[in-house]
Design a protein. Structure first.
Length: 292
């Protein structure tokens, strides 16, 4: 059986699900670390993605130089956004409801400013000219940029897993997650670690906005949609778990894309049902009477 026999419309849809899932992972990885390490319930994370998408629309000109400029700006904006968030929520430590309300207010203000500056209509972002075409997969054409994005996102996955699980900085992060009081007693600067995670999460989210803009372009309401899906990924994958976030993001991506293909108009209900099933299975009692 040749490639044309293996590739069908649902194969293409599943590949879209991989691209969408990896995009959600790059966004949600920072959020799950922010939740798990810094203990910050940030409702402004989708706003950071939207900022990156607007950066891509404004700076990317179809060339590699424009994309590089947008990515450099994303690092700067993400770092400033993360640092600003760290400063804003510092007086609200151990007050999760106040954190939610404060960051939600930031998100609403930012959304209003985006609409004022960039307009209320959706914007489309073209990929670099070198990746603007398509490639043949059997009898179907698939956007080359999405394949390129899958490759870049996979590299980000590997780097994040290495950073969290193998590097010294990752060991510090894991120590703060496991027992912040003991980590502080051993001389680790837990407050600095939390602030660094907020900065890193901001950089990831804005960078995801730049890279993902040709897939999910900037428009009013995109920040809310991205936030909701990211929260689902974090909850299903487990707060602070990079590998869990990866599996959850891929599952959400497949559920959404295949849901749209199989039951148009009901993809959100399919996702909600899948999320409930996943949470029920993950927390079902074991024979010892503890969660499985």
């Amino acid at each position: 059986m040749g490639l044309s026999g293996l590739v069908n419309p649902y194969t293409i849809t599943a590949l879209d699900g991989v691209a969408y899932g990896l995009l959600l992972f790059v966004i949600a990885a920072g959020l799950t670390l922010i939740f798990g390490v810094a203990g910050v319930f940030s409702m402004a994370h989708g706003t950071l993605y939207l900022a990156g998408a607007y950066l891509a629309w404004h700076l990317a000109d179809g060339g590699w130089a424009g994309l590089g400029l947008a990515l450099a700006a994303a690092v700067l904006v993400g770092a400033l956004g993360g640092a600003g968030l760290a400063a804003a929520v510092r007086p609200l430590t151990d007050r999760p409801l106040d954190q939610v309300l404060a960051t939600l207010g930031v998100a609403y203000i930012a959304a209003d400013q985006f609409s004022t500056v960039f307009g209320a209509e959706p914007r489309s972002v073209d990929p670099p000219h070198a990746l603007a075409g398509s490639v043949s997969l059997g009898d179907y054409q698939y956007p080359l940029y999405r394949l390129g994005f899958i490759a870049v996102a996979a590299l980000i996955v590997v780097l994040l897993i290495w950073l969290v699980e193998r590097s010294r900085a990752g060991a510090v992060v894991r120590a703060v997650v496991a027992d912040p009081d003991m980590a502080a007693a051993t001389g680790l600067r837990t407050r600095t670690t939390r602030a660094a995670v907020l900065v890193g999460g901001g950089v990831l989210a804005v960078t995801a906005g730049v890279l993902g803009a040709p897939v999910i372009g900037p428009a009013p309401g995109v920040d809310t949609t991205i936030l909701v899906y990211s929260l689902i990924v974090c909850v299903v994958g487990g707060l602070g778990s990079i590998r869990g976030a990866l599996l959850a993001a891929l599952g959400v991506g497949q559920t959404l894309t295949l849901g749209v293909a199989l039951v148009p108009g009901a993809a959100a209900f399919v996702l909600a049902a899948a999320m409930l099933i996943a949470l029920t299975i993950r927390h079902r009692p074991s024979l010892a009477g503890r969660p499985a």
